[in-house]
Design a protein around this ligand. Structure first.
Ligand code: SAM
Length: 502
């Protein structure tokens, strides 16, 4: 059964949004994916209400409050507002976001008097959510005072303490900045300011770290400036060993001091606070329940039928490693070489380094007395035709030398298997009438298109959800240069899938 809803400005998907050919050069079997596309194309619509800006951080950059944590993986407040509106969410309802990130869903809900529940494994989430939800409660005089105190602070000559590093961030700051970071951190920790003000300073230091460092966030890794110790040592090593010199393009120019950057961040947040208070009504009573832990682990612990909807965006199945991109911030917050490895494993499988979590999930479900749920959910993932076809095609592609890292095969299968557990738990938590929105991107490996939106929708349907809509963005995604060169170009949908529990 499929339900039609049309609250947005939409047009039916045309051929351009149909993949048509999932396996480059007709290499592998694609019947299951073609059948799935035929089944879901009728509810797939192109909406001009959503665009690349809406589903990314771009709109938030200019958005008071939501820009407080620079989190490029976030979606916009505008998207959340539209979806809450489409869902007919009312004050006092509860919305779940299992992958909270910077907390966009929770904060938009809070401003509308809607409760929220959510998780994230990264410690930045808690700092971001706490800072933003206090927007109406800060003591403005205290904030003015702390800004003026920082203006008059300087690092003593004899300061010996340095910023904390982990191996992958070693040497990320000039020596002077290493001392500044340690100095301002100690100063904040020992200051007499309120916990809310201290948390805000921590958020602003987090936002400053990349700017004052020799690094730049770039796709899956940190790029390093040619002056950093890492690059200087690598260049020297290569020249000593007769290897071709590294081409290092990153030159960040004169790096600002932490004090200057931190003050800039604090002043901008301060002016947002004044503006929010002037232009926005004090939000109605509601609460945000955030747990810093894996959604896979936490969701099974919650009671049935407690939420009215879900607005979320999981990590994409694209090898993007949050623990590498945010290594500076994680090291600052006390993550060590050991704990970062565990954090990487806790990520929903989205990198080639993720090991399968099934053993651990089975133990967890068993300890909760839910082994039959575990078996039922796993069976749904294991018997999905399109997913099985994708797994088989990727294996054949790998044997054919079309996939350079076997970890991709494990990642893709684990990604959908783990998401099936998330979908099943969400279904259980949803009240009747609840609607669910997942933002995701389709991907392609070794010439095989993986329709993440359709496979997810079918898995959700097998769990009990009713597929409602697949909103596809007008702007589709391109492919990596290697995929293009080897297999030609296939546009990939970016979608918002909507399901209901009716
Ligand atoms: C696409 S981002 C979500 C961004 C969010 N919508 C926002 O606006 O900021 C996905 C998030 O999922 C988190 N994540 C990854 N694996 C997780 C897990 N097992 N449990 C909970 N969160 C996880 C990541 O740390 C990341 O913050």
């Amino acid at each position: 059964m499929m339900r039609q809803l049309s609250l947005f400005d939409i047009t039916p998907a045309t051929d351009r949004w149909q993949t048509g050919n999932f396996s480059a050069d007709n290499f592998g079997e694609q019947t299951a994916r073609l059948n799935l596309e035929q089944k879901l194309i009728d509810i797939t619509v192109i909406s001009s209400d959503f665009n690349r800006q809406t589903v990314s951080y771009q709109l938030s950059k200019n958005d008071c409050l939501h820009r407080w944590l620079k989190y490029k993986e976030g979606f916009s407040a505008d998207l959340v507002k539209r979806l809450l509106n489409e869902f007919g969410t009312k004050q006092g309802d509860t919305i779940l976001d299992p992958f909270m990130g910077s907390g966009t869903t929770a904060l938009v809900c809070k401003m509308q008097g809607i409760n929220s529940i959510g998780f994230d494994i990264l410690p930045m989430s808690k700092i971001s959510i706490n800072a933003k939800q206090s927007a109406f409660d800060y003591d403005v005089t205290e904030l003015k005072q702390l800004i003026s105190e920082i203006e008059n602070l300087s690092v003593p000559e004899n300061c010996e303490r340095k910023a904390e590093y982990i191996t992958i961030t070693e040497g990320a700051y000039p020596e002077k900045t290493e001392k500044e970071i340690a100095f301002f951190t100690d100063w904040n920790r020992n200051s007499h300011y309120s916990d809310a003000a201290k948390n805000l300073i921590t958020l602003c230091i987090l936002n400053s770290l990349e700017k004052v460092s020799y690094t730049s966030k770039d796709g899956q890794f940190l790029r390093w400036d040619y002056r950093s110790k890492k690059m200087l040592e690598a260049t020297e090593y290569r020249s000593k060993n007769g290897k071709t010199p590294l081409v290092i393009r990153l030159d960040k120019g004169i790096l600002p001091s932490l004090k200057q950057t931190l003050l800039g961040e604090l002043k901008s947040v301060f002016s947002d606070i004044l503006s929010i208070r002037q232009h926005t009504m004090y939000p109605l009573e509601s609460n945000i329940q955030f747990v810093e832990s894996s959604a896979l682990f936490e969701l099974p612990k919650f009671e049935d039928s407690i939420i009215n909807g879900v607005i979320t965006s999981p990590p994409y199945c694209n090898r993007y490693d949050y623990t590498r991109t945010y290594a500076l911030e994680l090291a600052y917050l006390g993550i060590t070489d050991e704990t970062i490895k565990q954090l990487r494993q806790d990520l929903l499988s989205c990198t080639v380094e993720n090991k399968p979590k099934l053993e651990y999930l089975k133990e967890h479900y068993t300890s909760l007395g839910k082994q039959s749920d575990f078996d039922r959910i796993l069976k749904i993932a294991q018997t999905n035709d399109a997913l099985n076809e994708v797994n088989k095609s990727l294996l054949e592609r790998s044997d054919n030398g079309d996939i350079n890292n076997k970890g991709v095969l494990r990642m893709v299968n684990s990604y959908f298997t783990e998401l099936t557990f998330i979908y099943a738990e969400i279904f259980r938590l949803c009240k009747s009438g609840a609607k669910v929105a997942f933002v995701n991107d389709n991907v392609r490996y070794g010439g095989e298109v993986i329709p993440v939106d359709f496979i997810s929708t079918e898995l959700a349907e097998q769990i009990g959800f009713v597929p409602v809509k697949v909103y596809s963005l007008k702007q589709q995604k391109g492919n990596s240069s290697q995929q293009m060169a080897k297999f030609g170009r296939v546009p990939l949908r970016k979608s918002i899938t909507i399901w209901g529990k009716f």
